[in-house]
Write a protein that binds this ligand. Structure first.
Ligand code: AMP
Ligand code: MG
Length: 397
């Protein structure tokens, strides 16, 4: 048996380098950029008006004027006019190209237009005002976004704005889930005596989806060695990561470990000194990662958040996610029993954290109310009210 800290360190040191894939910009949300994006264009693309108003061309040799004849109009999308006549104005709208010799643009609200002559309020003719200058934000050839950035909606928009249609990202792993258990029935079907409704496949799929991962293959197997083996083989032939739920404990009908060993999966560790989730197995076959999490629903999800998700994130090129852990004051005292480290379902706010009732490894109801796990290392299972504890926040919806 390994400690939580040992297990995490073994796992994170065994993650293969992320693969690189080409991805269309519009479907790259949540991927990590695998190279700097160099802009082929300046942003703004051309000098343009920032407001609806009047582009003014001054003859700087003359006395400054406040009235100008309006000699034309430019709206967004119009082709640029190279130059305008000195001491004249052009009615211009936001986003329209300003002629090269524009002195400034004055917003409409500071002007009066009568009989083709515009009069400007005093003090509003200021060199360069209300002009978004070409290349002000970004020069052609500059780095628009750096390698390592997680693509957000704004990043997608920005990439489109520099004309980019495809980027290089770190590939996301293909993931397969196998749930094992004779007793499991999908919700909606009729229960027979002794059966229960299946929840791990649903929970794990949702947790994966929430963090931006899709599931390539979902299988179910009864507790029969051959059936478990067939399902594992099927997933390993199609996926980079296999998550198995149930059948990894020491019961007579727990075949998962045997099957994995028989298929030459190399054990990284088996059994972690933690509660819930002690019978966690993590192994590798070539570059494939295999997680066998215990079937108890709360234990399965704790193992997912603590081990599977950080591994997937590293495999997908994400930077270390220290931000999901915090130190907070415990609202209540708590006295843990046993000799294993504890992960406790809890509700965290900005200042403090409250450990919930219902910590059993099969209790998903308390998990459903929680937004965090409190971690108590095995040499510090008792805490007093107000004591600082380590808190892992769940990803937000
Ligand atoms: P196991 O790890 O297979 O020994 O299962 C431990 C407990 O978790 C048993 O009570 C199972 O019925 C339950 N369990 C296993 N798999 C699931 C599942 N996919 N959904 C809900 N409960 C499960
Ligand atoms: Mg089972």
């Amino acid at each position: 048996m390994v400690t939580v800290e040992e297990a995490k360190s073994i796992l994170m040191n065994s993650i293969p380098a992320p693969g690189i894939a080409r991805q269309s910009v519009i479907s790259s949300l949540g991927f990590v950029l695998a190279e700097d994006v160099i802009s082929k264009y300046a942003i703004p693309l051309f000098s343009q008006s920032a407001v609806d108003g009047f582009a003014i061309c001054m003859d700087l040799k003359d006395e400054p004027l406040l009235t100008f004849p309006v000699i034309g109009e430019l709206k967004a999308g119009d082709p640029p006019i190279k130059r305008m006549k000195p001491n004249s104005a052009i009615r211009i709208f936001t986003g329209a190209p300003v002629p090269a010799n524009t002195y400034c643009v004055v917003m409409q609200e500071r002007t009066i237009l009568r009989d083709g002559i515009v009069t400007i309020e005093e003090g509003f003719i200021k060199a360069g005002s209300n002009i978004r200058v070409k290349g002000n934000q970004l020069k052609k050839g500059d780095c628009g976004l750096q390698k390592g950035i997680v693509v957000s909606p704004a990043a997608i928009g920005f990439l489109c704005s520099i004309g980019c249609t495809e980027i290089k990202v770190y590939a996301k792993p293909r993931i397969g889930i196998l749930t094992t258990g004779n007793e499991l029935i999908t919700a909606g079907k009729k229960l027979k005596p002794g059966q229960i409704y299946e929840s791990n496949q649903a929970t794990l799929s949702a947790a994966l989806m929430q963090s931006g991962y899709s599931v390539e293959l979902k299988l179910k197997a009864k507790d029969k060695k051959e059936l478990v083996k067939d399902a594992v083989k099927k997933i390993l032939s199609a996926c980079d990561v296999l998550i198995i739920s149930g059948g990894i404990s020491v019961g007579k009908y727990d075949f998962v470990k045997d099957v994995l060993t028989g298929l030459s999966v190399k054990e990284l560790f088996y059994k972690v000194s933690q509660k819930p989730g002690k019978p966690l197995f993590v192994g590798k076959k070539g570059k494939q990662l295999i997680f066998a999490v215990p079937g108890n629903p709360a234990a399965a999800l704790v193992c997912f958040y603590q081990y599977v998700l950080p591994a997937l994130n590293k495999l997908s090129g994400f930077p270390d996610q220290e931000s999901s852990t915090q130190k907070l004051k415990s609202e209540l005292m708590f006295s843990g029993k046993g000799d294993r480290s504890l992960f406790l379902k809890a509700i965290a706010t900005q200042e403090k954290v409250r450990i919930l009732d219902g910590q059993d490894s099969d209790n998903l109801q308390s998990f459903a109310k929680a937004n965090a796990l409190v971690y108590l290392p095995k040499d510090q299972l008792t805490i007093s009210e107000g004591e600082i504890v380590d808190v892992f926040l769940f990803p937000e919806i």
